[in-house]
Design a protein around this ligand. Structure first.
Ligand code: GDP
Ligand code: FO1
Ligand code: CA
Length: 324
């Protein structure tokens, strides 16, 4: 079976680790990773979501935190602080920095991000084919009230997604989420072919706006998923009316979608989704999702450990079998 999944960082990576346990040795998993979170810092190209997937599946992740390297040290960060060179709100660990150095060097030598990602995965052996959504530069920006504007001016400004998420902790309202550069971007090599050749397409419980939404904003990807023969099944990142982790509610509000499992399914829509899994606490959402033309089941969706993630993946594949 050929499975293609669209994935952000932590939610996507933990689900994929379970998916690997749930499938057999003959099954192939292709992951299309979000690169809208990418940021250039200190001359380095950092790809948080690709790295989170690569480290998680390759056994190098800092498990409790969910991003960055296990056994990390912070000498580079301390030295930068001693120089007074920022930004100081985004922490690049010493081990992690090596990944960004290799990536940046290869990009400087002319390799596209997809080739660089393949080279990095030679080391990590994630057990999936990890493709960036695009080789082109796409950066998600978030529109907020300009804190430096005169009171009542209504002036707004766009900040990089990482500044909104990490520095501001999504504590100020977001008015819009913009995947800057997306409209001129093209799917990376292999992306459209993987979607077209899939037997099943999965949307893990990743952020529907800044992870899955950004991947779908690359021209051609949404269309390819919609017209693929394979059933498309998603898992809700919203449980009991709130994100399980992170501030996805802020992003949903910015695009006018309520923070419920049913509303996220309706947002993706029956044109994209054939099946949707909600958590058992959201069982009352099932009729509403089905009324929207999407087959829906309520199953446990908390990735408390790898066995729980694997069971979620089995349920997703089961639902894909039903809607095929
Ligand atoms: P990020 O890029 O690191 O933010 O990760 P993703 O976009 O892949 O996933 C983020 C989403 O994962 C958040 O909206 C969380 O609600 C969701 N998430 C995290 N852990 C769980 C879990 O155990 N169960 C479910 N259903 N969703 C989860
Ligand atoms: N998240 C933080 O909250 N603070 C950080 O300093 C931080 C650094 C960082 C470095 C590399 C990396 O791959 C990820 C990092 N993250 C950090 C996580 C990440 O930027 C965000 O959680 C996701 O992009 C949100 O989707
Ligand atoms: Ca992310």
């Amino acid at each position: 079976m050929r499975i293609t999944a669209l994935a952000g960082g932590i939610g996507g990576a933990r689900f994929l680790r379970g998916l690997k346990d749930a499938v057999g040795p003959g099954d192939e998993i292709t992951v299309i990773g979000n690169t809208g979170d990418d940021i250039h810092l200190f001359g380095l190209k950092v790809c948080p979501d690709l790295d989170t997937v690569m480290y998680t599946l390759g056994g190098g992740i800092e498990e409790a935190q969910g991003w960055g390297r296990a056994g990390e040290t912070w000498s580079v960060k301390e030295e930068l602080a001693a120089y007074g060179v920022g930004p100081d709100w985004f922490g690049l660990g010493d081990r992690d920095v090596a990944t960004h150095l290799v990536r940046t060097q290869m990009i400087g030598a002319g390799y596209p991000l997809s080739a660089v990602t393949e080279a990095l995965c030679d080391r990590w052996q994630p057990g999936v084919t990890l493709l960036p959504m695009t080789d082109d530069r796409v950066e998600t920006h978030v529109v907020i009230d300009d804190p430096d504007a005169p009171e009542g001016s209504g002036r707004r400004k766009a900040v990089h997604f990482q500044e909104y998420w990490v520095r501001l902790r999504a504590a100020v309202p977001a008015h819009a989420v913009l995947p800057v550069g997306a409209e001129d971007s093209r799917p990376a090599p292999g992306v459209l072919a993987a979607i077209a050749a899939s037997d099943v397409i999965l949307l893990p419980p990743s952020n529907p706006v800044v992870s899955i939404g950004t991947i779908l904003s690359v021209p051609g990807i949404r269309e390819a998923v919609e017209k693929a023969d394979a059933p498309v099944v998603g898992l809700s990142p919203i449980v009991g009316g709130a994100p399980v982790r992170g501030m996805a509610d802020r992003m949903l509000t910015a695009i006018g979608v309520e923070t419920t499992a049913a509303a996220v399914a309706e947002h993706y829509g029956p044109g994209l989704l054939d099946g949707w899994l909600v958590d058992t606490v959201d069982a009352d959402a099932v009729p509403r999702v089905e009324a929207a033309g999407i087959r829906c089941r309520a199953v446990p969706l908390m990735m408390t450990d790898q066995a729980a993630s694997a069971e979620m993946a089995r349920r997703a594949l089961e639902l894909a079998g039903e809607v095929r």
